[in-house]
Design a protein around this ligand. Structure first.
Ligand code: ADP
Ligand code: MG
Length: 399
């Protein structure tokens, strides 16, 4: 890349050496693009795929621009899910502390009183929109002094219906502020929102992250509906696998599948939005440490899971959109490792799936799974209008 080190981008010695201690020495592409602009005070819109290093792209210049003597809070990061919010805080805490700044996460599903206390003292607040609004209404937090605002995974926040709340939150922030927006796409509604929230923003689009992703092998397996559990068990019993993430469409489906796996003597845990924060954290900790090597999750719950060592992603239920496919499979092959993505497809779903992910360049793999030849009749996947086709993850190895 253009820049060899974080120091070359204008990052301070304390922050650079804190990162170096974690083995983070060379900026990723999105970081090289975004950090200098943020340090120079510009608004930024960035489109970049999962795993490309967006958290530090905003986190590093954020801790550089906020001072210990600034208001609390003076920086706000909005994120769509509690997992993502707490992951961001975990990622940024060391560099914030290196600059004597405090950072706190606020999200629903956990006690509000303790969060209110921490939020009132933090320079940097990382929040899900709903909980933040609760705290504002309780007058525990004021956004008047927010001069650096970050919207992370903005497309996902809109998809989840947060637009009205996010609009309100943005209006409450200081007018003289810097705004950064990160999204998998800058088209459609996100593009409009991005324009409304920022002024004279620098725009960075970065379609792939070759330095991050290893090779992904995509496999499609046609099964009868009744054969899905059996086939999943067979896949899970394959010798060569590490941590495996299994995707299902619904929360109830996740719980049901965990039970059915248990009766086939496969131990798995479920992760979804109806679990308490404690249960989710425990499930994730057990998975990360390998105590339980199979995690069954819904799309929303899996958001923000960044666990090293996921070798297999299995779509037990097919994804709803092409983006969901890319997101799901993007959970493996992180940090240059390789991975396998397996999708179970019932006969009835073959045409739908082939149409949905036809644009990803997986023709050969689809054919191997018996899903070819449906393309001419293939419908576009739900929510994928041709004009709105998203660029992320076009090539399989970059998914
Ligand atoms: P994104 O938000 O774009 O999906 P993340 O910010 O979560 O990606 O980064 C993905 C992973 O890459 C994290 O584990 C993070 O610690 C790691 N990472 C980020 N930047 C670097 C870097 N410059 N060098 C090495 N690892 C990095
Ligand atoms: Mg991210």
């Amino acid at each position: 890349m253009k820049h060899a080190t974080f120091a070359d981008l204008g990052v301070s010695e304390v922050v650079a050496s804190e990162l170096a201690q974690r083995g983070i020495a060379k900026p990723f592409a999105v970081q090289s693009m975004v950090i200098p602009d943020v340090l120079a005070g510009h608004d930024v819109l960035a489109q970049s795929p999962t795993g490309s290093g967006k958290t530090l792209a905003f986190g590093v210049p954020m801790v550089e621009r906020i001072k210990d003597s600034d208001a609390r809070p003076s920086a706000l990061v909005l994120a769509p899910t509690r997992e993502l919010a707490s992951q961001i805080v975990d990622d940024l805490r060391p560099i914030a502390h290196a600059r004597a700044l405090s950072i706190a996460a606020v999200y629903g599903g956990a006690g509000i009183v303790k969060q209110a206390r921490l939020a009132g003292r933090a320079h940097i607040l990382v929040a899900t929109p709903g909980r933040l609004m609760d705290l504002i209404e309780r007058r525990d937090v004021s956004l008047k002094q927010i001069r650096l605002l970050v919207l992370d995974e903005a497309d996902r926040m809109l998809d989840m219906g947060f637009r009205p709340v996010v609009d309100k939150i943005v209006k409450m922030c200081a007018r003289e502020r810097q705004t950064l927006l990160f999204s998998a796409t800058l088209q459609g509604e996100v593009g409009k929102v991005a324009k409304a929230y920022t002024s004279d923003a620098r725009r960075h689009e970065h379609a792939h992250s070759e330095e991050r992703k290893g090779d992904v092998e995509h496999r499609f397996v046609t099964v009868a509906h009744e054969g899905k559990v059996g086939r999943l068990v067979a896949e899970l019993n394959e010798a060569e696998r590490g941590l495996t993430l299994v995707f299902v469409r619904t929360k109830r489906g996740a719980d049901r599948l965990v039970k059915r796996l248990a009766s086939s003597r496969v131990q798995a845990v479920a992760m979804h939005g109806d679990k308490s924060q404690g249960q989710r954290e425990r499930a994730l900790a057990n998975f990360e440490s390998g105590v339980v090597d199979t995690l069954v999750a819904t799309d929303v719950a899996a958001r923000g899971i960044d666990v090293a060592g996921i070798t297999h992603v299995i779509n037990y239920d097919i994804p709803a959109t092409r983006d969901d496919y890319v997101h799901r499979i993007g959970r493996t092959a992180r940090a240059g490792a390789s991975g396998v993505g397996v999708t179970l497809v019932t006969h009835e779903q073959k045409r739908e799936l082939a149409g949905m992910i036809g644009g990803l360049g997986l023709q050969r793999e689809l054919a191997l799974g018996g899903l070819a030849g449906d393309r001419t009749n293939g419908r576009k996947g739900a929510g994928q209008r041709p004009g709105a086709s998203r660029r992320r993850g076009r090539a399989p190895a970059r998914a």
